[in-house]
Design a protein around this ligand. Structure first.
Ligand code: FAD
Length: 560
């Protein structure tokens, strides 16, 4: 990929390999445009691996009156379920109806009922199932640890879930299948306009090189203003002067999740619980099916708070964990302590500050719109931000459409280059293969790799030790490490432990213990010597230790 890019010339260069940038690369490449994407770290290493992993309309946004956002998101949910059937699964959600002082508030129960009817009619029904009311006993069977004397009944509605980082990887591979060059661990350091194109300087581990691009998509999430500054100042990103002139106005909102053992919750579907003394609610989502209706873990999130710390290092703090545990304590009969938390992750929503004075900065980040914004800086430089994981395809279509005039495509030619992603299979889509493995492992491989699953099965068959779990208790097998290096551009141990597999998010201690054996599997494929193996293990260990330390500190201590 690097060799293809050096000194090359493309129609569209996408900066940023999160869901937004990767979606744009797929859109541009599938229209037949010469496309490249560069990501400064790993694909999905920004916000796009740290979401709640829901492919949803967002009931909350409907309650906020953003019907258009919900309608569009539910439409996109359906497209993704068709275009990446292996990656997206239907996820039922239960909203418990709680009593207050022994009484059910009919007003609240009716309000939920009406909101769910609206959700169904705004597009929720496309999933093929309508919401329904559950009796108390049925609700208890789905969430046996809920405080029973406060439970009156519940509603169930249907949304979907996808592993965000795996979705990004599928997009990277789809873009590549359509001829795009996609490069991770390569950072754009300078963008300079030269005549009717851009000269872009890219820096990676081996040095600097340049790429000429007729147009640019700036899809760098919470970092969009940094990239814009280099364009306007013609300076490099390392230049402090370049950092000062923010343009789009991003208001980063931090959201954290924690992972806890499933046995402490025992929810077989996702559950929405209220947060005491806050208007927010939290999702409890079961993760890691064991194949017998039980799961290995449940993740809980998300928070939504203004963030003032380093954009490069959002962390889950003691305050965040306490907030979530308080809500759990209020809702459940079992008690969960900080010591039960097996993993954490924190991400920053790239929310756009509203331009209207009326919706000014005092609004809570939770109330800011999740709609996306496409801004044309110059005729051939588009910045795309805001939005959601779920709406990435629509965002990409809007961004590439905005470049049409600059690419000087006549109406006739543009028709040939029209967007094709509404019905474009993502990499891995197709008929489910039979692998002759235990059904739990087959399910796991299918839901992560789709039609590529046989390639992992083949590695497992070649050496029995590669069929062993990567981290005991988690579904990942050691063969996936090899596949990640050979076929998914995993370059570091963290790439494998955090995004090719998600073991760090689920079980930090187990991942730490497995790190060396994973690095040793990667070493011969990447030409690592002993020293490099040690440095990879050390770096990963430092990432884990940093998470542990931040989880004992207050928000102020960490961001200060
Ligand atoms: P990012 O993923 O941050 O990608 C930007 C990329 O640009 C980064 O990888 C970064 O390394 C790269 N970059 C920056 N500078 C440079 C440079 N100079 N050169 C090269 N690369 C560069 N949405 C949903 O639909 N469902 C959900 O359940 C959901 N839950 C969420 C929960 C949380 C806690 C958060 C924070 C968000 C959630 N979202 C959800 C929203 C969704 O995750 C984000 O909108 C989306 O991931 C943003 O993607 P992005 O590509 O714009 O940004």
């Amino acid at each position: 990929m690097r060799n293809r890019l050096i000194g090359g010339s493309v129609d569209v260069l996408v900066i940023g390999g999160g869901i937004t940038g990767l979606g744009a690369a797929v859109d541009a490449a599938s229209r037949g445009l010469r496309t490249a994407l560069v990501e400064r770290n790993d694909f999905a290493s920004g916000t796009s691996s740290k979401s709640s992993k829901l492919i949803h309309g967002g009931l909350r946004y409907l309650q906020q009156g953003d019907v258009r956002l919900v309608y569009e998101a539910l439409h996109e949910r359906q497209r993704l379920m068709r275009n990446a059937r292996h990656l997206v699964e239907v996820l039922p959600f239960m909203i418990p109806i709680l009593t207050k002082d022994g009484l059910i508030s009919r007003k609240i129960a009716r309000a939920f009922g009406s909101a769910l009817w609206m959700y169904d009619f705004t597009g929720g029904l496309r999933i093929g199932r309508a919401h329904r009311r559950l009796r108390k006993s049925k609700a208890l069977s789905h969430f046996p640890t809920i405080v029973p004397n406060r439970l009156a009944s519940a509603y169930v509605y249907y949304d979907a879930r996808a592993d965000d980082a795996r979705l990004c990887l599928a997009l990277a591979r789809t873009a590549s299948d359509h001829g795009a060059t996609v490069l991770n661990h390569a950072r754009v350091t300078r963008v300079v306009r030269t005549g009717d194109s851009y000269c872009v300087t890219v820096r990676d581990g081996e040095g600097d090189f340049t790429v000429t691009a007729r147009s640019i998509v700036n899809a760098t999430g919470v970092w969009v203003d940094d990239v814009l500054s280099t364009l306007h100042n013609s300076s490099s990103l390392e230049d402090p002067a370049a950092q000062s002139s923010a343009r789009i106005g991003i208001r980063p909102a931090k959201g954290v999740h924690i992972t806890i053992p499933w046995d402490t919750v025992r929810n077989d579907i996702a559950v929405v619980i209220p947060v005491p003394k806050d208007r927010r609610s939290l999702f409890l989502v079961p993760w890691g099916p064991r194949g017998d209706g039980t799961f290995t873990h449940t993740y809980v999130g998300t928070t939504d708070t203004d963030y003032a710390g380093s954009l490069d290092d959002p962390q889950c703090t003691k305050d965040d964990i306490d907030y979530i545990l308080r809500a759990l304590d209020n809702a459940m009969t079992t008690s969960v302590s900080p010591g039960d938390v097996t993993g954490t992750w924190a991400g920053l929503r790239p929310l756009v500050v509203p331009s209207e004075k009326t919706e000014s900065g005092s609004a809570r980040t939770a109330d800011l719109s999740r709609r996306h914004r496409v801004s044309l800086e110059e005729s051939a430089f588009v910045t795309i931000t805001g939005g959601k994981l779920t709406t990435y395809r629509e965002m990409a279509e809007d961004a590439i459409d905005a470049l049409a005039p600059s690419l000087q495509l006549s109406i006739g030619r543009w028709a040939r280059h029209r967007c094709r992603t509404k019905r474009l299979d993502l990499h891995g889509s197709g008929r489910r293969p039979r692998l002759g493995l235990e059904s739990r492992i087959e399910d796991h491989l299918w839901s992560h790799y789709g039609v590529d699953a046989p390639s992992i099965a083949e590695i497992m068959h070649s050496d029995a030790s590669l069929a062993e779990p990567l981290v005991p208790g988690l579904p990942y097998v050691r063969a996936e490490v090899i596949h990640a290096v050979r076929h998914e551009m995993a370059c570091t141990l963290d790439d494998v432990m955090s995004r090719r597999t998600r073991s760090l998010l689920i079980d930090r201690a187990g991942s730490r213990a497995a790190a060396r054996s994973a690095a040793l599997l990667m070493a011969p494929l990447l030409g690592w010597n002993d020293e490099r193996v040690e440095s990879e293990v050390r770096t990963f260990d430092e990432i884990c230790e940093h998470e542990v330390v931040c989880a004992t500190m207050t928000e102020h201590d960490v961001t200060g």
